[in-house]
Design a binder for this molecule. Structure first.
Ligand code: ADP
Ligand code: MG
Length: 344
């Protein structure tokens, strides 16, 4: 009899993860939360804080292109991508390990550069490099990052706590990193056959910075603690606002309305979208690579959120069964759709 073969595309990324992780039982009472949120949650006996654990894999040719991604920036971005999953639990990153699959074309100097970026990010975020693994790769460069973090038990935030009428907040403008990627891809194509490439990047610094050197929104996590605001739910925006908001709604068992005229989109993103004949709203909703946070707070925290700064209200949570949709200025609603495999 022929063996059954199911294409991964038929399940999708999240369907696949559910299928693979579904049949596991928890063996340790210290495991508070397994797969399904931005990080696993562990209660270590005697510790006053909960431990958070997350890992990410970045692959050359899938997550980054070394022909235009400076290694220093790649090291920095890897740490940001890893730490954002800890921030998304309202925690702070503490230790990380970094594992490398190194292809033959990579030099020692390039790895020095990669680690320079890692070091800068570790200093900025207050994280310690605690180890890793090094092996050869027969394909491209592979970087795996695991981050440990901590959070007080009364400050932890899951994806699942959003309630109807909660405000939906995001930590920065969206779509710029996606436009930065398009710009880099365009220059790569244009310069492909040029002997001495001189890419034209003047005026595009903001978009490039959002793609090549994203910041981790750790200041927002600190401000929330200072202002004594406890979000009801949180997720990091890595796959695009639409996909990540849908994930949050699914975990929380609720719907959402976000408003088109509230979506923060940088003027540079609009300009680039016009140049590329692309839709800036699609970039903001489905672009990916934003490396920001999406969180919800009770309606009564509205003033405190506005006073705090660093986060913008883009909509509100609605009852279960109402779906997640974008509301245009004329009042029509467009259902949000998730995009496929983005990775990270
Ligand atoms: P993120 O985008 O925040 O890094 P993902 O969307 O990759 O998170 O993963 C969602 C959840 O599924 C996380 O809790 C993650 O730990 C878990 N997960 C992802 N891939 C696997 C896997 N191969 N095996 C077990 N758990 C996984
Ligand atoms: Mg995440």
């Amino acid at each position: 009899m022929e063996k059954k073969r199911t294409e991964i595309a038929s399940l999708g990324e999240f369907g696949l993860i559910d299928r693979l992780t579904g049949g596991f039982t928890v063996h340790n009472p210290t495991t508070v939360k397994g797969p399904g949120d931005d990080a696993a949650v562990i209660r270590i006996e005697g510790a006053s804080e909960l431990t958070l654990l997350t890992s990410d894999l970045l692959l050359e040719g899938v997550d980054f292109d070394l022909s235009y991604f400076p290694l220093k920036h790649l090291g920095y971005k890897t740490v940001v991508v890893g730490c954002n999953d800890i921030l998304a639990m309202n925690g702070l990153p503490r230790q990380l390990t970094l594992s490398l699959g190194i292809s033959a074309k990579i030099s020692v100097e390039q790895l020095d550069e990669l680690y320079e970026g890692v070091r800068t990010a570790c200093e900025e975020l207050g994280v310690d490099l605690a180890g890793g693994d090094t092996t050869a790769s027969v394909t491209g460069l592979a970087i795996g990052i695991t981050v440990l973090g901590s959070v007080a038990p009364d400050r932890i935030v899951y994806r699942s706590g959003a309630k109807p009428n909660d405000l939906i907040c995001i930590t920065n403008d969206l779509g710029a990193a996606y436009m930065g990627l398009h710009l880099l891809e365009r220059e790569k194509r244009v310069l492909h056959d040029t002997a001495n490439p001189q890419p034209k990047f003047e005026g595009y610094e903001y978009l490039l910075q959002r793609q090549l050197r994203p910041r981790a929104p750790i200041d927002v996590i600190r401000s929330l603690a200072e202002e004594k605001i406890l979000p009801t739910s949180m997720i990091d925006i890595s796959d695009g606002l639409a996909s990540d908001l849908l994930q949050l709604c699914k975990s929380s068992g609720c719907g959402a309305r976000i408003y088109l005229d509230r979506l923060p989109i940088a003027k540079e993103t609009y300009a680039m979208a016009e140049e590329l004949h692309a839709d800036p709203v699609v970039a903001a909703l489905n672009g990916g690579d934003d490396n920001e946070l999406l969180f919800t707070v009770p309606l009564e925290d509205q003033e405190r959120i506005m006073r705090m700064g660093g986060a913008e209200v883009i909509g509100h949570i609605t009852e279960a069964g109402t779906g997640a949709a974008l509301v245009t200025p004329d009042g029509s609603t467009i259902p949000l759709k998730a995009q496929g495999f983005h990775g990270n």
